[in-house]
Design a protein around this ligand. Structure first.
Ligand code: MG
Length: 315
């Protein structure tokens, strides 16, 4: 299943949970409500907001139950006319599939070749940093280039979405806590990132970090330890690697993080970027307005966004 947070273009109101169905976006809550009505479960259908919430935060709070109901809704749609609640991708916009308040945990220097190109050291422990929700944008949004950076860079990253509360999880069980996978572009302002020991100011700029386009559920991507990831800038291949080269693999990351920080459904982990970032090219190549960054992750999909110059009040 490919889960999206969508709304119809040019409409007000919140983003709703959807699922990709025959290359359209199917409204999950409405599909599940139709399923309940078909089974004469009117009371449940009337309480649909509690059974299968439409907003991202409540959807993820219900964890596995939401995913199970989503699968039922998708199965129902296979055998019934759902055209009234199904929309062309062209007619919707997608939000990052990350609920409000979710933790956005990023892993730095987690591929050996990237450590080398950044002239960093192989870390003894996973390097953790975070982004705030102000930084996140969806698959259809443009990356805003702040006027306060001249060294904007891309980082294609395989991204994990947590599916149930995880505290002190052991490696062997870690995959059980994953709802699915998506793609992150850990856009980094190298000049801001490197001017102080803490990276945050260069990593969480307003509307800089695309995540999406959807979450591929874990039942469809069963082996996250062997996933190809490639990044293109204006069609030129810049990054090409595989999650098998992660220094700290996904079970290790979940064990490590959950020993310190309780993870909640909807929290995301950007697992680190491979080598090939613009900063390490000779000469370095940084992003400018109209550049397009395309990240392809096998078994997940494609995340492609354009860079635009941010308009600020003092310009
Ligand atoms: Mg990164």
């Amino acid at each position: 299943m490919r889960l999206v947070a969508y709304k119809q273009k040019n409409t007000l109101g919140p983003y709703r949970m959807g699922v990709v169905h025959h290359e359209n976006v199917l409204d999950l809550q409405e599909a599940y409500r139709l399923y309940l009505l078909k089974r004469d479960q009117v009371d449940l259908a009337n309480a649909i907001e509690h059974v299968l919430p439409s907003d991202l935060t409540s959807f993820f709070k219900l964890g596995e139950q939401s995913i199970q109901h989503a699968q039922v809704a998708l199965n129902f749609a296979e055998e019934h006319d759902v055209s009234a609640i199904s929309f062309l991708f062209h007619d919707v916009t997608l939000a990052p599939p990350v609920p409000n308040g979710a933790k956005v945990i990023c892993i730095g220097t987690n591929y050996k070749n990237h450590v080398a190109e950044m002239k960093a050291n192989i870390p003894e422990y996973p390097v953790l940093f975070s982004k705030f929700s102000n930084a996140l944008i969806g698959a259809n949004d443009d990356i805003q280039k702040s006027p306060y950076t001249e060294k904007l860079d891309y980082e294609g990253e395989f991204t994990v979405v947590i599916g149930k509360e995880a505290s002190h999880v052991k490696k062997e069980n870690a995959l059980d806590y994953i709802a699915g996978y998506t793609i992150g572009n850990d856009i980094s302002a190298r000049d801001l990132q490197k001017r102080t020991p803490q990276w945050l100011q260069g990593k969480s700029l307003d509307k800089s970090t695309p995540i999406g386009p959807w979450i591929v559920t874990a039942d469809e991507l069963t082996d996250p330890s062997n996933v190809q990831i490639e990044t293109y800038v204006n069609g030129e291949k810049r990054q090409s690697s595989n999650t098998k080269h992660l220094i700290f693999n996904i079970p290790t990351l979940i064990e490590f993080i959950s020993s310190l920080i309780t993870l909640q459904p909807g929290d995301v982990i950007l697992t680190g970027t491979p080598d090939g970032v613009g900063f390490a090219m000779d000469p370095p190549q940084f992003l400018k307005a109209d550049d397009t960054i395309r990240i392809e992750v096998a078994g997940v999909g494609v995340l492609e966004n354009k860079v635009v110059d941010m308009e600020t009040p003092d310009q």
